[in-house]
Ligand binder design. Structure first.
Ligand code: MG
Ligand code: MG
Length: 264
């Protein structure tokens, strides 16, 4: 039988619950990102995020997901996604993608950003900046009547025109009572005017991953951590977004006091 994706459209009330979860995940994420300094371990960052999430009455929703051990995914330098928090000590010049999720009142938050540790190279700064912009290019396309293929084409074109590749295997998703709902949200190899038509009440994540070199990835022996095949740098940003009649409504904006300098 043909598999058909089942999209769960959200009421206004459900969208507000997603915003509560998204905001808390965003605040926890930045609390951990602020602590990402030379000499700090990935496990310490993970503990900071978990403590923050639990203190606010939520639970880390990555922890235990198909056996994932962390509250955060911590993907350093050539690590692409799903990096397990280990006792690795951050070094000056590292680039770390931190992905954070939590569940509260039955709804899920899921958001990611990439930051430099201490002083980083110009190449790393450009990658981070372009990846964040690529996410916003995608979010801008989250409007009723446009299709997921329009969004993917906009993101891919933006990234490739600037010399970066888009990772194919790790993609976005619907978000709601489940962390991963339909539809699958890809950011490459689509045609404009194809794919799901976006309608008010759809809630999805926009989370492109950009590499400085090839898009090709390898899964490490731990079964989770993914790295670039060629050793190039990788970065990711993620927001959860509701499609409304007026356009995209970002559900994972932090409270102002948690915002990082440089507007992340
Ligand atoms: Mg995520
Ligand atoms: Mg996600």
């Amino acid at each position: 039988m043909l598999y058909r994706e089942q999209i769960r459209y959200k009421s206004r009330k459900e969208i507000e619950k997603l915003r509560t979860a998204g905001r808390l995940a965003a605040n926890a994420l930045r609390t951990a990102a602020r602590a990402a300094k030379p000499g700090v371990s990935l496990l310490e960052l993970d503990k900071i995020a978990e403590t923050f999430i639990r203190k606010h009455g939520a639970v880390p929703n990555f922890k235990g997901y198909h056996g994932f051990p962390g509250t955060l995914c911590t993907s350093v330098n050539d690590k692409v996604v799903h990096g397990i928090p280990t006792n690795y000590i951050l070094q000056e010049g590292d680039v770390i993608a931190i992905d954070c999720g939590c569940r509260i009142d039955g709804f899920n938050g899921d958001t990611c950003l990439t930051v430099g540790v201490g002083q980083i190279s110009e190449q790393a700064k450009m990658l981070i900046q372009t990846t964040q912009l690529a996410m916003f290019v995608g979010i801008e396309q989250c409007r009723p009547g446009l299709r997921l293929g329009d969004m993917a084409t906009a993101v891919q074109t933006f990234a490739e025109e600037r010399g970066y590749s888009i990772v194919r295997e790790y993609i976005g998703h619907g978000i709601g009572r489940d962390l991963h709902e339909d539809p699958q949200v890809v950011y490459a190899d689509q045609r404009p005017g194809t794919g799901f038509r976006m309608e008010p009440g759809m809630t999805i994540t926009i989370e492109p991953i950009l590499n400085t070199g090839s898009q090709k990835c390898i899964v490490e022996a731990d079964g989770w951590t993914v790295r670039t095949q060629d050793g190039g740098l990788s970065a990711q940003f993620e927001h959860a977004v509701a499609i409304t009649k007026d356009g995209p409504d970002i559900l994972s904006i932090p409270d102002p006091e948690f915002e990082l300098e440089d507007g992340l």
